[in-house]
Design a protein around this ligand. Structure first.
Ligand SMILES: [Zn+2]
Ligand SMILES: [Zn+2]
Length: 482
């Protein structure tokens, strides 16, 4: 009987949601611009290393190896990679994946590994991500040593690597230090800040960005794109600087596929979050975000023009998405009301049935007493045994009523406890949301009113259940004392 738990609408702001989409697009265009530069640099690094290794070991030019897997190159045990605490290593798992103390049979891979290590700013390449058998054939497997340690195992090229990953290569691979003008050895360099922008957009708690934050984000991304060192190694510019400027002044025409890709990317992150989130309230919040992403995605798809959308059209899609989203939330509040009413009706009918049954039993018992009294008139022994038999029956029947009533009471109590627990949880959620909404809508009375109404509805729902429970409890107690 517990109602499903839809969450309350936090009033969404058209303009802040639109800002968020603009910020996500800005990150997309920035990534599009720096990605080829990173690919080229990593390829150069791969070729330089192979050249140096070949000369030092007197190997023919162009020598490669695809024989050694990453495990063959990692000594056992190695911190953070293999755990030998229990005497058994789950990384160097079989004969083929043992460490090779004598190194690569082709004299390449272990040397490549030490070059990769030397070029890592913090000397901690992410070997868990990478497949060393491909180091000579796919430079991106080398790039993956410079990504964050987890979450990139299945990525095989730059296109599949997110903005955070691409920027990590620039920060962690020392080859960029001499080329980028900003000091990459310092915390809070422009790429560090850029990475923070990407994270803030991707993990935005409510898909909203304030005007001042948006301006700040544009400035940071612009600093990356205009760094003189970066401009110098950017061999085939893709106009990201102009795109960002037009995006900021609402003049950009955007491919629908770009908008959908940006939304889908964030959607995937949110789905991941929903899978891993244990807290029910946070999970609901993420589900709501995903719902909104899905709605706007459909609205963008519905825009008639093929291929492109203007920012004005995109803004229109944002507005109608928020309207559609609000309507959905209203619907789920009505659903709670309906469920509460239904629950109350069910409890009432169950209780009425119980009372009717007990009354019937009482009538039967009285009839039996009258019958027995009539039959035994004038016969003392018969009277006594009749009365004994009758008393035994009455006792039995009272015990049965007691036991049935107790059972009923336990069932009702457990059902009611569940219901009350659910409602308490709902109340907590509602209060949290109201606090959040109130904080957000400081000075916005309309918003506060919506939240207050919703809270009142939930409170009424709880009152209904409480009244119903009290009613059932009183009846049950009365029955116990029949
Ligand atoms: Zn090991
Ligand atoms: Zn090898």
């Amino acid at each position: 009987m517990a109602a499903s738990v839809p969450t309350v609408s936090e009033p969404l702001s058209n303009s802040k949601f639109f800002n968020w989409i603009k910020a996500a697009l800005a990150v997309f265009y920035t990534k599009e611009e720096i990605e080829p530069v990173v690919i080229a640099e990593v390829k150069d690094f791969q070729q330089d290393c192979l050249h140096v290794i070949s000369s030092a070991n007197f190997l023919p030019a162009g020598s490669t190896c695809s024989n050694c897997c990453t495990e063959n190159l990692i000594v056992c045990p190695t911190n953070r990679i293999c755990n030998v605490n229990r005497g058994k290593c789950y990384y160097h798992i079989n004969v083929a994946t043992q460490y090779r103390p004598s190194g690569c049979p082709n004299k390449i891979c272990h040397n490549l590994k030490s070059e990769i290590q030397k070029a890592h700013r913090y000397h901690g390449p992410s070997y868990k991500n990478t497949d060393a058998t491909k180091w000579c054939s796919n430079a991106w497997e080398i790039a993956k040593c410079y990504l964050p340690p987890d979450g990139y195992k299945d990525v095989s090229n730059a296109g599949e690597t997110d903005f955070n990953g691409i920027i990590s290569v620039i920060i962690n691979h020392k080859g960029f230090e001499a080329k980028i003008k900003d000091d990459l050895s310092k915390k809070n360099n422009i790429f560090d800040k850029g990475r923070d922008v990407g994270k803030a957009v991707r993990h935005s708690p409510n898909l909203e960005v304030e005007d001042t934050d948006l301006t700040h984000y544009f400035a940071i991304l612009n600093n990356i794109l205009t760094d003189p060192g970066f401009v110098a190694i950017n061999k085939s510019p893709n106009n990201a600087i102009q795109k960002l400027a037009k995006l900021q002044s609402d003049d950009l025409i955007i491919g629908k596929d770009v908008v959908r890709k940006v939304l889908d990317d964030v959607g995937k992150t949110i789905q991941e979050q929903i899978r891993n989130e244990m807290d029910e309230y946070k999970q609901k919040t993420e589900e709501r975000k995903l719902e909104l992403i899905n709605i706007i995605n459909l609205k963008v798809k519905d825009i008639e023009e093929k291929g492109n959308v203007s920012l004005a059209q995109l803004n229109g899609a944002v507005k109608s998405s928020i309207d559609a989203f609000d309507a959905k939330v209203k619907e789920s509040i009505q659903e709670i009301d309906r469920q509460t009413r239904k629950g109350k009706e069910t409890l009432e009918s169950v209780t009425n049935d119980g009372v009717q049954n007990v009354n019937k039993e009482k009538e039967n018992a009285i009839k039996e007493i009258q019958n027995a009294a009539e039959k035994s008139r004038g016969n003392d022994a018969a009277v006594k045994s009749s009365i004994d038999a009758f008393e035994a029956k009455v006792t039995e029947s009272i015990q049965e009523i007691d036991s049935q009533t107790r059972k009923g009471k336990e069932t009702i109590e457990s059902v009611t406890n569940d219901g009350v627990q659910n409602l308490n949880k709902e109340k907590e959620n509602a209060i949290k949301e109201i606090q959040k909404a109130a904080e957000k809508s400081r000075g916005n009375d309309a918003n506060a009113k919506i939240s207050e109404d919703t809270y009142q509805k939930k409170k009424e729902g709880k009152k209904n259940i409480y009244e119903c429970t009290t009613f059932v409890y009183n009846i049950t107690m009365a029955l116990l004392h029949v």
